[in-house]
Design a protein around this ligand. Structure first.
Ligand SMILES: [Zn+2]
Length: 464
């Protein structure tokens, strides 16, 4: 099918979706009835004696929004009480943010940081059949000409781009130590991240998929498979599922791409506890189509969103979520809440960290994001999904500030350690404030290409 036809069909379905978007209602709990004030600044008060402090805001916990709710941030880097404060529980040091929506940090399990330091490439003239096309013949799509770097500064700026848009955990086959959590780069628990399970130059899956173990799934594993629309891509998926069944593997396994998944395969994935990593923008740019999220969800497969790489993917996870919405047919249960789940609780489970990441609850890691509230607090999920870079108010990883907007800076140095914070230079898509992290960022931010790495231009003029 010619490319423009696929795109036109997607656009029509997106318009239909917009008219019939299902919504999973958020239960609004008003701890302080007239607390929420759109765009109001944060105010820091008090001093920390114990290392613990309290964040008050409009706090989203799953399907529940606590207006004027509190999150206790403990010295240990974990979360204490969450919800309406019970009087005695609030610490004397408080960051009070009535103009902010507070939620769990986002989790992006599909990036290639060292390939995302360039710029988006034009799509191929015709949809490709599989990743082997561009690997074999860069004239079809210049995948092999994608700029790649192993250097810390540009990788750090790509990771910072994700952090500034609310991502606190990033499996990206690389890391900028001290920014996000990198579960595939030595962080506990370690996650195995495999790009070519059958070898980079292999023609496809082996014929016999049951006589030897193909993937050592002794820990949570992410594996690229089924990146394409040809028979070989489908055979990869069947092979990995056959292998998992033959070896009775139970550790979390996530298939990245799985473009050709159908009902039977989705049912098999669900039965084998295999989850899905969905990167619709990159799939549609390169192959003209993507997995049916409807089929996956109908069969009970846990779906997470990921950006893939900048040459064909999204610059941030929220941009990918907005893109996902535009390519999902009407009637699919892709509500705002479902999209948020795909960036929080589902990827947390995919790396065996359910209850620890992707959720604000007592005992979880204090990976917390604050975004500006613009409208009615009851529509907070809409503001989250519409958030652009300038809307980020704060990002905490393990209870430590990684980003603090100007109005949060009062907390830095009073009750929060202010070491290694540097002011972000003015940018087209970045918030005003301070980045706190590894020292090399100071030099990275002074690079002439820093703005292009933090705010890459869209090939069509605007991102979603
Ligand atoms: Zn990938």
């Amino acid at each position: 099918m010619p490319r423009f036809t696929v795109r036109s069909a997607l656009l029509l379905s997106a318009m239909a979706w917009a008219m019939a978007a299902p919504s999973r209602a958020v239960e609004v709990v008003r701890c302080l009835p007239s607390y929420a004030k759109p765009s109001a600044s944060c105010v820091a008060t008090g001093h920390v004696a114990s290392g613990n402090w309290t964040l008050r805001s409009n706090v989203l916990v799953g399907d529940r929004l606590y207006v004027g709710g509190t999150v206790a941030v403990e010295r240990t880097g974990k979360i204490g009480h969450v919800g309406c404060a019970d009087g005695d529980s609030a610490e004397p040091a408080m960051l009070d943010c009535p103009g902010t929506i507070t939620m769990a940090g986002l989790i992006n399990l599909h990036e290639h940081l060292n390939y995302s330091t360039g710029h988006p490439l034009p799509p191929p003239a015709h949809p490709l059949a599989s990743h082997r096309d561009w690997q074999r013949d860069p004239r079809l799509w210049p995948g092999q000409k994608v700029r790649r770097t192993g250097r810390r500064q540009p990788i750090g700026l790509v990771e910072l781009r994700h952090l500034l848009s609310g991502t606190t955990t990033l499996a990206g086959r690389g890391q900028a130590k001290g920014l996000t959590r990198n579960p595939d780069a030595g962080w506990f628990p370690k996650v195995r991240n495999i790009t070519f399970p059958f070898g980079r130059s292999a023609l496809g899956a082996p014929v016999d998929c049951r006589s030897r173990r193909l993937v050592k799934v002794d820990r949570p594993t992410l594996v690229h498979a089924g990146e394409g629309v040809d028979a070989a891509a489908r055979a990869e998926l069947d092979c990995l599922l056959d292998n998992r069944a033959a070896y009775a593997q139970t550790e979390p396994l996530t298939l990245v791409h799985a473009i050709g998944v159908d009902d039977a395969m989705a049912a098999r994935m669900a039965a084998l506890h295999v989850s899905m990593l969905w990167s619709p923008r990159s799939n549609i740019e390169l192959y003209g189509t993507t997995a049916s999220v409807d089929v996956l969800m109908r069969n009970g497969v846990s779906v997470s969103l990921g950006t893939d790489w900048l040459p064909s993917g999204s610059p941030t996870l929220l941009a990918e979520a907005r893109y996902a919405r535009t390519v999902t047919p009407a009637g699919t249960g892709l509500s705002d809440q479902t999209l948020l789940d795909m960036m929080t609780v589902h990827p947390a489970a995919a790396i065996g960290m359910q209850g620890q990441l992707g959720v604000l609850q007592s005992g979880a890691l204090a990976d917390i994001v604050g975004l500006r509230l613009h409208g009615d607090v009851a529509d907070a999920t809409r503001d989250i999904l519409a958030a652009q870079g300038q809307d980020t108010v704060f990002v905490l990883v393990g209870g430590r500030f990684k980003f603090a907007a100007q109005d949060v800076a009062g907390a830095l140095g009073t009750f929060v350690e202010a070491n290694d914070c540097v002011e972000l230079p003015p940018g087209q898509c970045t918030p005003e404030g301070y980045v706190c992290g590894p020292r090399f960022l100071r030099h990275a931010l002074a690079r002439p290409d820093a703005q292009a790495l933090l705010c890459p231009a869209s090939p069509t003029g605007t991102w979603n």
